[in-house]
Design a protein around this ligand. Structure first.
Ligand SMILES: [Zn+2]
Length: 138
C-alpha cells in the first residue's frame, strides 16, 4: 500500500512502516535523538545533520496553525475542484501538513481543534486528512 492519491514520497522502509501503522490508525513519525526535532511523515535524517532518529507515536488531535485554499489543483487532485490544505500543530508538538476536509472556508479559523483521520482511497492507496473535531463527533 502506498500513501496518497499520487505519492511524491520515496517508498522506503520508513514509509512502509508509516503506512502500515496508518492502516491501524496510528500516526508514527521520527524524532531526532540529537536535537529532538520531530518529522511527520517520518524522515531518516534530521535537518541538524544527524541520522540518529527514533520512532514516536504522534497525537491525532491538534489545532489549525495556518491554512490555504488551492483553487487550481494539480492533475493528481483534479477531481477536487478546490480544496483546503492546512498545517496542524498536534498535541505532542509535532506539525502535520494535510488536506483539511469537513469544513468550509467560511467556517474555518486558526486555532480550530482538528483530528487526524486516515482512510483508504483504493485497494492500494491510503490518505490522511485533517477534520474538525466537532465533525468527528457526529
Ligand atoms: Zn536533529
Amino acid at each position: 500500500m502506498i500513501l496518497g492519491y499520487v505519492s511524491c514520497l520515496p517508498e522506503t522502509k520508513l514509509m512502509a512502516k508509516f503506512v502500515e501503522e496508518l492502516k491501524n490508525e496510528r500516526l508514527m513519525g521520527t524524532r531526532c535523538r540529537k536535537c529532538g526535532a520531530k518529522y511527520l511523515p517520518p524522515r531518516a535524517h534530521c535537518k541538524c545533520g544527524s541520522a540518529d532518529v527514533e520512532w514516536f507515536e504522534a497525537s491525532r488531535q491538534g489545532k489549525i496553525l495556518t491554512y490555504t485554499s488551492v483553487g487550481f489543483p494539480p492533475q493528481s487532485m483534479s477531481k477536487h475542484k478546490s480544496y483546503i490544505v492546512a498545517i496542524a500543530e498536534l498535541q505532542d508538538g509535532s506539525k502535520l501538513l494535510a488536506q483539511l476536509t469537513g469544513v468550509s472556508l467560511k467556517m474555518l479559523r486558526v486555532g480550530m481543534p482538528v483530528q487526524v483521520v486516515s482512510r483508504p482511497v483504493s485497494t492500494d492507496k491510503i490518505v490522511y486528512e485533517l477534520k474538525p473535531m466537532d465533525v468527528m463527533e457526529i
